[in-house]
Design a protein around this ligand. Structure first.
Ligand code: ADP
Ligand code: MG
Length: 252
């Protein structure tokens, strides 16, 4: 699925947070959004997953205007792993993952055997099937993050929106989660703050700085010492490991 956001503007009060941001993803492309803290990455993603309505601009899913679709039909196209997931009420891990099935159901339609099967597959994929009957609120942040990914997988959408999905994860689970996502045949748009992780998994990067796109291209094109100095004020070198993978090496 193609996703495009064109000239998105959004202000909180007098402060303009997104100043005419445009991004696009091709079908099954893994697009990373990088940029310093507070640059507007989450705000942009929230516009794309319909938590915020931009003041101006347009978001299209396969050429169709997002805001002319029902919430249910956009939920069949796009699943979300947001940055923070707060639950005040208590659900089991299985129940949380089953929520991913709701856009596929009619009002009050009950979950059927197929839904349970899809949810078990999703929990198995993220390594959380053994936790299916545990209470979600008793899980660690990283375990919760993996369950939220399972919920998104159970939604079976052609597009995934991820907001720093590996934040609470140790390196094993960071790599595991992104490998799972990378192997899906879906379009991915993900905010990622770790530049090495971004270089490893993204086909293309957009760089946000103070609400504007200041760079776009493959990780090789975007991640240069001059660029890292300009956007992050850090001294860095770029190197390739024995497999050819690009890495950013920071200097104190
Ligand atoms: P990022 O995800 O890149 O770290 P955010 O999109 O979360 O950045 O935030 C961009 C800017 O918008 C920040 O300066 C932040 O303080 C501000 N901001 C975010 N949410 C709100 C809000 N609800 N009200 C006012 N300002 C906000
Ligand atoms: Mg953010």
């Amino acid at each position: 699925m193609n996703v495009s956001a064109e000239n998105i503007r959004l202000s909180y009060g007098a402060q303009e947070i997104l100043k005419g941001v445009s991004i696009q993803s091709g079908s099954n492309e893994f697009v990373g959004i990088i940029g310093p803290n507070g640059s507007g990455k989450s705000t942009l993603l929230k516009c794309i997953y319909r938590i915020l309505r931009p003041d101006a601009g347009q978001i299209n899913l396969d050429g169709a205007d997002l805001h002319s679709m029902s919430v249910k039909s956009s939920a069949l196209k796009m699943a979300v792993v947001a940055q923070h997931n707060y639950y005040n009420f208590d659900f089991s891990v299985r129940e949380v993952a089953l929520m991913g099935r709701s856009p596929h159901k009619r009002t009050l339609e009950r979950d059927n055997a197929r839904d349970y099967e899809i949810v078990e597959d999703a929990l198995r994929t993220v390594g959380m099937l053994d936790f299916a009957d545990r209470s979600f609120s008793t899980l660690s942040g990283g375990e919760q993050q993996r369950v939220i990914l399972a919920r998104a997988l159970a939604q079976q959408t052609p597009c995934l929106i991820l907001d720093e999905p590996t934040n609470h994860l140790d390196i094993t689970h960071q790599l595991q989660l992104l490998k799972i996502v990378k192997q899906l045949d879906v379009t991915v748009i993900s905010a990622i703050h770790d530049l090495n992780i971004a270089a490893m998994f993204c086909d293309r990067l957009y760089v946000l700085q103070k609400g504007e796109i200041v760079g776009c291209g493959t990780p090789e094109e975007v991640l240069t010492p001059a660029f890292l100095k300009r956007v992050y004020q850090v001294d860095a070198e770029l190197a390739r490991d024995s497999s050819g993978q690009l890495h950013v090496l920071y200097r104190a």
